[in-house]
Design a binder for this molecule. Structure first.
Ligand code: NAP
Length: 248
């Protein structure tokens, strides 16, 4: 059985590691190619976009893919929509792996907002002070025209200058992070508010524990909605059970 994993997440790598060892499965993992030194999954890997729904449909047909596991990031809404559309056209079963979102705990001071733009507006209307931005390189530009706040920007890949806020300090890093490290970072930079997307998972959760410890407000940007009618599972284990069923 030929299986395509749409990846770029820890879950996708876990899946590839487990499926790679399964007899009778021909596996390909696909990465968007956004980062220069990606953490590679086990087995065959292809890198780069497919060329929209049309390109992905063509890929699924010509490669004779028999099952698609979309294990992309919860905020990677475009590729997920494309995958659903293309797999329907080809008649190929698809499952969407979405790790659970983070859950607010007692003593947290979260404000849930629907979009990055809402978070940027909230910050612009708030008193001056250091804003810790952990929303990823692609979302930086929402904050780029704010001259009033100092931003501590943490991203995996170096952004273009025009994406960055007017006043910023840049940290290039990739998780996982520790709570002690996050508390120390927030203390050193006098962080006043944390801005994050509700990515979920354990790799980057330490910033939320640190914000709670320092009694800082957190702007939590909600996930894009999951498309209707799609088979949804929360982790790699349940994706493998789904594949078992599909394979009969
Ligand atoms: P996106 O906005 O949903 O997708 C934009 C385009 O990138 C897609 O139309 C597709 O190009 C290409 N693409 C995305 N994921 C791909 C994959 N796994 N394999 C091949 N092409 C892919 O995606 P994004 O938010 O830029 O995320 C890109 C990748 O980074 C994803 O694989 C995701 O899992 C990972 N990631 C994203 C975030 C985040 O916050 N968004 C965080 C961590 C990791 P074509 O139309 O040409 O096919």
């Amino acid at each position: 059985m030929r299986v395509l994993i749409l990846g770029g997440t820890a879950e996708a790598r876990e899946l590839a590691g487990q499926l790679q060892a399964c007899e009778g499965i021909e596996l390909v993992s696909s990465l968007a190619g956004r980062v220069s030194r990606p953490a590679l999954p086990a087995g065959e890997v292809r890198i780069g976009g497919f060329g929209g729904v049309e390109g992905l449909t063509r890929y699924l047909r010509t490669s004779r893919t028999e099952a698609v596991i979309d294990a992309t990031h919860p905020f990677a809404a475009t590729i997920s929509a494309h995958a659903i559309d293309a797999s329907r056209q080809v008649g190929c079963p698809l499952v969407l792996v979405r790790r659970r979102g983070w859950v607010e705990r007692p003593d947290d001071r979260w404000l849930r907002l629907p979009t990055i733009g809402d978070a940027a507006s909230w910050i612009r209307d708030s008193p001056a002070g250091c804003v810790f931005l952990t929303t990823g390189r692609r979302d930086l530009s929402a904050f780029s025209d704010d001259p009033a706040h100092e931003y501590l920007v943490r991203v995996v890949e170096p952004p273009e200058r025009e994406q960055l806020p007017v006043r910023y300090q840049l940290i290039l890093a990739r998780g996982p992070y520790t709570v002690d490290g996050e508390v120390e970072l927030m203390r050193r930079h006098h962080v006043r508010v944390l801005v994050t997307k509700d990515s979920g998972g354990s790799m980057t959760v330490a910033k939320l524990d640190a914000a709670r410890a320092r009694e800082l407000p957190v702007l939590m940007v909600d996930r894009p909605p999951v498309p209707e009618g799609v088979r949804l599972v929360p982790d790699a284990r349940s994706a493998i059970s789904w594949l078992d069923t599909v394979a009969g």
